[in-house]
Write a protein that binds this ligand. Structure first.
Ligand code: IPM
Ligand code: MG
Length: 360
């Protein structure tokens, strides 16, 4: 079959890791008789350099016209990059927020999985992680503090600023439904995370999640305060299956959860709207310090490509083939620098991409 994939290489290590994902996708296309047509789009710093703005109508329209979007990473070094001399609404990150909103990508799935081959990289004590853990963070992505009204002004001679955290019940309901649907295909537990002891928006969140949960009697639901969740993630990560939370809490907890796995260079993510369309990207950032050095781990992007085949293109066998190829390469002891340990073989970005493609 023919598919149109929009590619957003982006900034920093983005272009290198996207190249490896394309290498693997092309191998899949050849083996399974598909045709992937790629359209490269500009976003973030790469777009600022060409267009003066981090997101253009052209990028939005072409992304919408595609079957799915595969992205590398956005952003640069805030201290040295000229992009950060621009006002906040014109910086690379604004492009990322803009495309999430424009494509209505309200459901952000961020798996935090402890790979058995990489268990040594996990910073937690062995007894806490025995048997591994597999958490899926379901982060609301187009509401809350990120998109609420904000202002910086002066009041009584004092510099003052505010950001507002607003959710309506529909925004909460649609992400809650996604979380319960996904949990049904996993270990059937949803932990909804909020700050209901302080915030009105969290109290509404909790009510709506409880209402939605009535339609899913086979799924266990629990509510957890966000500060407690931050603690539980390092105290006992095995207790979690799906963590459902709002935008800002999800941003913070997903970084924490990914670090707890010890292998952020391995973690993929999907941002979905209410159809099968989605934007897929690694959970890690643009790592400008190692950009262009053939050091970055391309596996998170390759696994994001696999998620894209599975969720948006409905190519299950092909996605399985990518996941198996990654496992095989890890079993054989090949590693990039970020996940390197004793008795393993160190590979660069390109060589890791080659190895995985060879195993498709
Ligand atoms: C993420 C990132 C973004 C976010 C930044 C780059 C705006 O941290 O995808 O988690 O906060 O959503
Ligand atoms: Mg983040």
């Amino acid at each position: 079959m023919d598919f149109n994939i929009a590619l957003i290489p982006g900034d920093g290590i983005g272009p290198e890791i996207i190249e490896e994902a394309v290498k693997v996708l092309d191998k899949v296309a050849g083996k399974f008789g598909h045709n992937f047509n790629y359209t490269k789009l500009l976003l973030g710093g790469a777009s600022i350099d060409v267009n003066g703005v981090p997101l253009t109508e052209e990028t939005i329209e072409k992304a919408k016209a595609s079957d799915a979007v595969l992205m590398g990473s956005i952003g640069g070094d805030a201290k040295s990059s000229p992009w950060y001399k621009l006002e906040p609404s014109k910086r690379p990150e604004a492009g990322l927020l803009g495309i999430r909103k424009a494509l209505n990508l309200f459901a952000n799935l961020r798996p935090a999985v402890l790979y058995k081959e990489l268990s040594k990289a996990c910073p937690l004590k062995e007894e806490l992680t025995e048997g591994g853990f597999d958490i899926l963070i379901m982060r609301e992505l187009t509401g809350g503090l990120y998109f609420g009204e904000r202002r910086t002004y002066e009041e009584n001679g004092l510099r003052t600023a505010y950001d507002s955290l607003v959710y309506n019940e529909n925004e909460i309901r649609r992400i809650a439904i996604k979380a319960f649907e996904v949990a049904g295909k996993r270990r059937k537990k949803v932990t909804s995370v909020d700050k209901a002891n302080v915030l009105d928006s969290s109290r509404l969140w909790r009510k709506v999640v409880e209402e939605v949960s009535r339609d899913y009697p086979d799924i266990t639901v629990e509510n957890m305060l966000v500060d407690n969740c931050a603690m539980q993630l390092v105290r006992d990560p095995k207790q979690f299956d799906v963590i459902l939370t709002e935008n800002m809490f999800g941003d913070i907890l997903s970084d924490e959860a990914s670090m707890v796995t010890g292998s952020i260079g391995m973690l993929a993510s999907a941002s979905l709207n209410d159809t099968s369309f989605g934007l897929y990207e690694p959970s890690h950032g643009s790592a400008p310090d190692i950009a262009g050095m053939n050091k970055a781990n391309p596996i998170a992007t390759i696994l994001s490509a696999s998620m894209m085949l599975r969720f948006s293109l409905d190519l299950t066998k092909e996605a399985d083939a990518i996941d198996r190829a990654v496992e095989k390469v890890l079993e054989e002891g090949y590693r990039t620098g970020d996940i390197m340990s004793d008795a393993c073989t160190l590979l660069g970005t390109k060589e890791m991409g080659d190895k995985i493609a060879d195993n498709i």
